[in-house]
Design a protein around this ligand. Structure first.
Ligand code: HSE
Length: 436
């Protein structure tokens, strides 16, 4: 007879653990009414069993021993919400070995160790649910794995780190500098334990690794994602970008070009008229273009206890339904087979570029710089020079280019940065949109 009663155990009673427990308990009636199943929170394991998280748990549910939870025969689904790589990985592997399904929000663990975890899960015929690992409450994993299954995916563009989007939004509207905006973002509690994960594009790259694997049928390949953070951007860059008609966003980009996949995370200038440029604050959005469906866009909260808890519980329900109908692993975690697609190196991509040169304010400077760009086949679309230096010092010289090859850009910047008239390292931002 089909199993109608499913036991759940959560490891980690922090922000997401609390949101998950709250959702399971407070929304139990609607979940039961929709699924016909009894999904019961049997245990939560956390080292801190005394702090009040504002959730009323039945007696005996909160314990301090994750191993006891993993070995509990009443638990069918182990939910890993402790974060970090170790011992989260070992706990997941043990749960899988014990024949339990696993749900996790741990993007860093999946991006870096996921191939092993998914192989282990396959060999034991159990599922790993990870909707909460990317873009929190936005069901983007379901979109790629199920809703758009019939499409060849042409491109994925995502704002998938709330902290960096919050910082860039502050820099845009309040004209504050990066360091001040970061302090405010940390105070709001969205940042990772190590905020360099947010501002250096590491968290975004973890999430892009997962999205790319689903979109393009490749192994999880975190080390092949190009990443660059937002720490070198100044409020002035953001203002100049705005004058040129663009917002600056930390974009995760995966796209198929010349039969290969580009996977990159970097600040990107996005035209004001693109919907994704209007995604501000801690909100996330993912744009997906499929060959059959065309352009689609998904928007919502990418972090926080309840939005992430909503995604975790959706995975629990999916797995519970599969257990109840005897169809576990109906939807493979990552693709059942490999597409064999290769990954393009960042040097081989093409883009438009914004350059901010810190050059002395002297006759002939522009011609020297444009000469070097021209020698690499980099064509200038527009130039802005802001102000005159009063003391013979440097002024920002901003150049927007037509489409160019990254390889050529790197070599041009190297030569330009070696000129005696250039006093600081050149900053460049890749630009999306149609060529003007
Ligand atoms: N630090 C992440 C963010 C949390 O800011 O989006 C959600 O993954």
């Amino acid at each position: 007879m089909a199993k109608k009663s499913i036991g759940v155990g959560i490891i980690g009673f922090g922000t997401v653990g609390t949101g998950t427990a709250k959702t399971l308990i407070e929304n139990a009636a609607v979940i039961k009414q929709r699924t016909g199943l009894d999904i019961t929170l049997k245990k939560i394991a956390d080292l801190d069993t005394t702090r009040d998280r504002g959730v009323k748990l039945p007696a005996g549910v909160l314990i301090n021993d994750a191993k006891a939870l993993i070995n509990d025969p009443e638990i069918d689904i182990v939910v890993e919400l402790m974060g970090g790589i170790h011992p989260a990985k070992e706990f997941m592997l043990q749960a899988i070995k014990n024949g339990k399904h696993v749900v996790t929000a741990n993007k860093a663990l999946l991006a870096t160790e996921g191939n092993e975890l998914f192989a282990e899960a396959r060999s034991k015929s159990v599922e790993i649910g990870f909707e909460a690992a990317v873009a929190g409450g936005i069901p983007i994993i379901k979109v790629l794995r199920e809703g758009l299954i019939a499409n060849n995916i042409l491109a994925v563009y995502g704002i998938i780190n709330g902290t960096s989007n919050y910082i860039l939004t502050k820099m845009t509207y309040e004209k504050v500098e990066f360091a001040d905006a970061l302090k405010e973002a940390q105070a709001l509690g969205y940042a990772e334990a190590d905020p360099t994960f947010d501002v250096e594009g590491i968290d975004t790259a973890h999430k892009l690794t997962i999205l790319s694997s689903l979109a393009y049928g490749i192994e999880l390949s975190y080390n092949s994602v190009y990443k660059e953070g937002i720490t070198r951007l100044t409020a002035q860059d953001i203002e100049l970008a705005s004058e040129l008609g663009y917002k600056v966003k930390l974009l995760a980009i995966a796209k198929a070009s010349d039969g290969k996949i580009e996977m990159r995370v970097h600040p990107t200038m996005v035209p004001h008229e693109y919907l994704i440029s209007k995604v501000d604050g801690v909100f996330n959005a993912v744009f997906v273009e499929g060959d059959a469906v065309g352009s689609t866009l998904y928007y919502g909260r990418g972090a926080g206890d309840m939005p992430t808890g909503s995604a975790v519980v959706a995975d629990i329900v999916d797995i519970a339904r599969n257990i109840a109908s005897g169809s576990e692993c109906r939807v493979p975690g990552i693709a059942a087979g490999s597409s064999g697609m290769k990954i393009k190196s960042i040097e081989d991509i093409e883009s438009m570029y914004y350059f901010r040169f810190s050059a002395l304010d002297e006759p002939g400077v522009l011609s020297k710089i444009s000469g070097i760009l021209g020698s690499r086949n980099i064509s200038i679309a527009s130039v802005i020079q802001r102000g005159r230096s009063k003391d013979g010092g440097s002024v920002p010289l901003v150049v927007l280019t037509h489409r160019a090859r990254e390889k050529d850009v790197i070599s041009a910047v190297k030569e330009i940065d070696g000129l005696p008239i250039v006093v600081d390292k050149t900053l460049f931002i890749r630009v999306e949109g149609r060529e003007s």
